[in-house]
Design a protein around this ligand. Structure first.
Ligand SMILES: *Cc1c(COP(=O)(O)O)cnc(C)c1O
Length: 474
């Protein structure tokens, strides 16, 4: 029912996909078929609470879990751990602009939408006594959200690697003060792309994986958005935002909307692409990037090119990425050709670029609108929007809002545009004076994790082995 982007023949169950994280052939897992949503169903969903919408959408994807189990998991995942019972509220900003607030969870970033629920499915999928070690490379927000989701879960432990000096101070504090018996946080002296590529290398190292299995009965898995388990809960909120517009009387089922998404690893926007594939009437997916604008160029020209590029530091560190993993899934969905996808991915690895064919390039241009925002424009805009509306946004949301406004100006769009707001502003402010409780307490918390590691594969392996050795009794 699930397959790899690099092989059409082998089939996997949802539980296997969740536990494995990445396919043995190096590809990413995708469902064989995209389920459909009818306009009637969209109308029905508009009367439901977020949790009911989530159960409905998750149940359309073949999870292998009975609806009752899904329902229990959803009710546990989206509960008082969020600071609003709406979970992902859609608010009217001005004119035809609506903001989807995705940061009401425990870590104040949209990663909670997936990482509050994925570990619950993961725990259900485990066949005891097998043990799992979740390896995470984070550009800032995934790390904390994954630590919160996986802490103290039975038969699971987690190590988070983050790029030292490339995350915000608050993001770093959130991670280094993390409590839990089964967690570890390690700073890598390099940037996020390096962290991500080191972790990927570990996943693909058969010999090392065998050592972990024989010595510690432990299998590696991933909580990054290469794991399908991260993406499916994200499809839910895109559907939810659309049906909220129906509930608010702004649209009728079937009317088209546009969605603007601040993009890094291409997970959030890929989830929106899936929602569109299910039948959600989305005209354009607006891909908003910061100065690390590889995706802008790719979606406009069909050339993915990281030659002569190094990572630029921006006020939106969670988007400071050059190699966006989920592009691989997009390419599969557009071409249906695993051989072609493997070739492009290998070309990127070897030559630091690849170029798609004309048909694929035209599809990209048809579906996406892409643009990017400079550091200075991003920061100025936060102030300007606040003066105008008294609504304060974080730098990631600012990138998405600027690009949405440029799109609106260019196309004269009068239909609703949804702007995904991916983090609460306080997460990226130097001043925490007016910040909510979760952030205020940070300054009083004890720093537990001080470990640093050089960006070398051998050092990462030693770190993992030492961690497992010291936690062997858990
Ligand atoms: C992770 C993150 C993004 C980028 O999302 P992707 O799914 O990686 O494209 C944007 N904003 C914030 C605040 C994030 O944490």
């Amino acid at each position: 029912m699930y397959k790899s982007t690099r092989d059409n023949n082998k089939k996997y169950s949802f539980s296997e996909v969740l536990l494995k994280g990445i396919a043995d052939d190096g590809g990413l897992f995708i469902p064989e078929k995209i389920p459909k949503l009818t306009l009637n169903q969209l109308t029905q969903l508009s009367d439901m609470a977020y949790q009911k919408r989530a159960v409905f959408v998750l149940n359309l994807f073949k999870t292998g879990f009975p609806k009752g189990v899904i329902s229990n998991i959803v009710n546990q995942a989206y509960s008082t751990n969020f600071d609003t019972s709406l979970i992902a509220p859609l608010i009217h900003l001005k004119d035809n602009q609506y903001v989807l607030e995705l940061w009401h969870g425990p870590t104040l970033a949209f990663k909670d939408m997936a990482l509050q629920i994925m570990p619950l499915f993961f725990s259900k999928a485990i066949k005891k006594p097998n043990r799992y070690l979740i390896l995470v490379a984070t550009s800032g927000d995934t790390g904390k959200a994954a630590l919160e989701g996986y802490k103290d879960k039975e038969n699971i432990s987690i190590i988070v690697f983050y790029p030292e000096k490339h995350v915000s101070k608050i993001q770093e504090l959130q991670m280094t003060t993390q409590e839990g018996e089964n967690v570890s946080v390690v700073a890598i002296k390099d940037n996020f792309d390096k962290c991500q590529s080191l972790v990927k290398e570990i996943f693909n190292d058969k010999r090392f994986n065998n050592i972990l299995k024989s010595k510690f009965k432990t299998t590696l898995s991933s909580a990054n958005s290469i794991n399908w388990g991260r993406l499916v809960p994200q499809i839910v909120y895109h559907v939810s935002s659309y049906v909220d517009l129906i509930r608010m009387g702004v649209i009728s089922a079937g009317d088209q909307i546009d969605i603007s998404i601040p993009t890094g690893n291409f997970g959030n926007i890929l989830a929106a692409f899936y929602a569109r594939g299910m039948g959600l009437p989305v005209r354009k997916l607006i891909c908003a990037s910061n100065a690390n604008n590889v995706l802008t160029k790719f979606l406009q020209t069909g050339v993915y090119d990281i030659r002569n590029r190094s990572l630029v530091k921006t006020p939106s560190p969670s988007m400071d990425i050059l190699v966006a993993s989920n592009i691989e899934r997009l390419l599969y969905l557009l071409t249906n050709n695993p051989k072609q996808v493997s070739d492009w991915m290998n070309h990127l690895k070897l030559n630091k670029f690849f170029m798609v064919d004309i048909a694929t390039k035209n599809k990209l241009k048809d579906i996406f609108y892409a643009d990017w925002v400079s550091n200075i424009d991003c920061l100025k805009h936060i102030k300007a929007l606040y003066s105008e509306t008294k609504y304060l946004i974080d730098p990631h949301t600012s990138v998405a809002h600027i690009v949405a406004e440029r799109y609106i100006a260019k196309t004269n769009i009068i239909k609703p545009v949804i702007i995904c707001s991916t983090a609460h502003w306080s997460k990226f402010s130097r001043s925490i004076v007016n910040a909510p409780r979760q952030i205020k307490n940070l300054s009083r918390k004890k720093i537990i994790h001080r470990q640093k590691c050089s960006p070398k594969i051998e050092s990462i392996k030693t770190t993992i082995l030492e961690f497992l050795a010291s936690h062997d009794n858990i």
